[in-house]
Design a protein. Structure first.
Length: 209
């Protein structure tokens, strides 16, 4: 039961950013077509699975006590960053200002970081709809936290298959629900709960000790 719970809690903590981003799009009446939602969910899940595999390899070379402290450091660090989400993202926005004419590419790390701090910027062509290419870059930015968390999840002994499954399902429905909620709320409601994912990760980090 603990293995299932851990995988589910980690997937939820990672999906909160997707929920917040899609809510922002809904408020701005920016459409996220179904194929774009699927692309984002699949990429976030793939990154999580890849980083989990890296963590599983690292675990073979780390002493048991060292693994506990390493998983604590990873989860706690990401948790703190997400807890102080508004401060972190304001700093990133300040140092990643970009011009609209820049090529939309996952290789443009400055753009990926900027979208991480300001998800609405993913609509680069201002079409009020997230294209597959824009969805790919947005998914990359949303996966930045997930990559580190995936490594930490492997080190704490989380079931990889369950984590991948839960991440896929939670990411997709978080995006879907966020869009729906944003459309309902329009600009009448401010919605920033990324800090909640941080709290969850910090609690998980301390449980490793």
């Amino acid at each position: 039961m603990w293995i299932v719970t851990t995988a589910l809690v980690i997937a939820i903590s990672i999906s909160i950013d997707a929920l917040a981003a899609s809510f922002a799009y809904g408020c701005k009446k920016i459409k996220m077509p179904l194929h774009s939602l699927v692309i984002i969910a699949l990429i976030c899940t793939a990154v999580m699975g890849f980083s989990f595999a890296i963590g599983a390899v690292l675990l073979q070379y780390i002493p048991e006590r060292g693994a506990a402290w390493l998983s604590f450091a990873i989860l706690f660090s990401i948790g703190i960053v997400k807890f102080f989400d508004s401060i972190t993202k304001s700093i990133i926005r300040h140092y990643t200002k970009f011009r609209k004419e820049l090529n939309l590419s996952v290789l443009n790390f400055k753009l990926v970081l900027h979208i991480y701090a300001d998800p609405e910027a993913a609509d680069v062509d201002i079409s009020k709809s997230i294209s597959p290419k824009e969805a790919t870059v947005l998914a990359t930015s949303l996966s930045l936290d997930g990559f580190a968390v995936g490594i930490g999840a492997a080190i704490i002994g989380t079931n990889g298959w369950l984590l991948v499954l839960f991440t896929l399902v939670m990411s997709f429905f978080a995006l879907l629900f966020g869009c729906w909620l944003g459309n309902k709320a329009a600009d009448r409601l401010q919605f920033n709960i990324s800090w909640l994912g941080g709290v969850i990760l910090i609690v998980l980090a301390f449980l490793q000790l």
